[in-house]
Design a binder for this molecule. Sequence first.
Ligand code: FA5
Length: 349
Amino acid sequence: MKTENLKKEALEKLEQSKDLNDLENIEKEYLGKKGKLRELSSKMKDLTGEERKELGAQINEALNFLEEKIELEKKAFKLEELKEKEEMESLDITFPGVKAFQRGHIHPLSIVKKEIEDIFTFLGFSIIQGPEIEDEWHNFDALNFPKDHPAREMQDTFFIKQKNREELDSREKYVLRTHTSNIQTRYMESHVPPFRIVAPGRVFRYEATDASHESCFYQIEGLLVDEHISVANLKAVLERFLQEFFRNLDVKIRLRPSYFPFVEPGFEVDMSCVVCNGKGCSICQGGGWIEILGAGMVHPNVFKNCGLDPQNLTGFAFGISIDRLAMMKYKIDHIKWFHSGDLRFLKQF
Ligand code: FA5
């Protein structure tokens, strides 16, 4: 009966075992060379032949029984271990991440540029691109800039270093474009009116920076050429554009005479302040109006320089600062923020 008791005892321990280590200890305790069942056989010498035979059979039966049981338990533990390992190591790339994925932000200038483009597309304008490195002909000469115009001087223009620059023709001398008006001349050279285009892009100026001036900023050029176009059309398009852009039908504009060599008459255009509705506030410095763009009627010399006959053609052009529109829309107090790369600023959009 001793073997039965040992079997029972071993089975109870097996039931309570928690891992392979426990099983190995049970195996050693009952089946090992010095284990409890083998120890029983050492008592056989005191028994009669018949008793010895019977005990031997009982011990063998118990050994086989427990061996089988322990083997089964081992397999079960190993399977469990494998499953756990698989769960830990398996990689399901379709599984959602533990941390929420951080999405980037569209830059405020890109948001505003897209909005402006959408409004002008709605008004029937096409969107055109032009080069940032431009020859002096398209950036100045074709636009009727006199050779000695101060805008060509070192304080305004980034000139590209070229060998024997002085001897080159203005079509071979390069600058970083100082405005998007270069796209006007390129477009008029290669297209037949009527047309209406807008052209957004980066422009570069060698000038001191402050809250509303950057050496690299964005403009959007507008050009509409047809017969019988007047300042009234220019005013209507600009006013409509601004009302759409600021989603405010009270936006008004006023034209102040100004000089740009490529338009006649030329204007600086102010809009009524959208922050105070023209009553006067810190953004418009109390005046109720803010200057946002230059505009005018295309000068006949520009038509001529671009190979068009000024006789029957009229048109208007304008150049808006995208940066300044963005500043007003989002009430941004300094132009430097756009290129600061500061995430605290960018995350707001
Ligand atoms: C021009 O660049 C003309 N090409 C605009 C034009 C086009 C006039 C077609 C007539 C017909 P201006 O230099 O004024 O003009 O610049 C246009 C607008 O850009 C200004 O009204 C102002 O809002 C903005 N601007 C000018 N300089 C800077 C600067 N350094 N940083 C940011 N915005 C500027």
